[in-house]
Design a binder for this molecule. Structure first.
Ligand code: 5GP
Length: 124
């Protein structure tokens, strides 16, 4: 799927739509999810135009890849999540339920997060 520069996160990156920013560096922006699904629900995105993890892993530089994962860990630390624990998740494509076609990592924390997938969705 080619990158669509009209996606909502591209608009946030261009400053056309506001966000509640929690972190920014040369390669990464992080902000609160507009519909939080946990006490802490932050979206961490690369500034580069990458659709998903497949695109990012193939086409991003080593520096961009390191920056994204270092940012996730730093944001978790800054929100006191290291000892209490947290979850990161990235949806891709139809089966992943990805809604916004710009790579993003969800960071959840601040509470017990329950099973990895909703029990009702598990075929096992
Ligand atoms: P996905 O389903 O693609 O993994 O997750 C997209 C996430 O983006 C959802 O959790 C949704 O609430 C969030 N989201 C969608 N539009 C906006 C927006 O305009 N601002 C912010 N901060 N989050 C958004």
């Amino acid at each position: 799927m080619p990158y669509n520069p009209q996606n909502i996160f591209a608009k946030i990156l261009r400053g056309e739509i506001p966000c509640h920013k929690v972190y920014e560096d040369d390669h990464v922006l992080a902000f609160h999810d507009i519909h939080p699904q946990a006490k802490i629900h932050i979206l961490v995105i690369p500034k580069g135009a990458y659709v998903d993890m497949t695109d990012f892993s193939k086409n991003a530089s080593e520096r961009e890849i390191a920056a994204l994962f270092r940012a996730v860990a730093k944001i978790a630390k800054d929100h006191d999540l290291e000892s209490s624990g947290y979850r990161i998740l990235s949806n891709q494509g139809v089966n992943g339920g990805q809604e916004v076609p710009h790579l993003h990592i969800h960071l959840f924390g601040g509470q017990s997060l329950g099973p990895m997938l909703a029990r009702s969705q598990s075929p096992f």
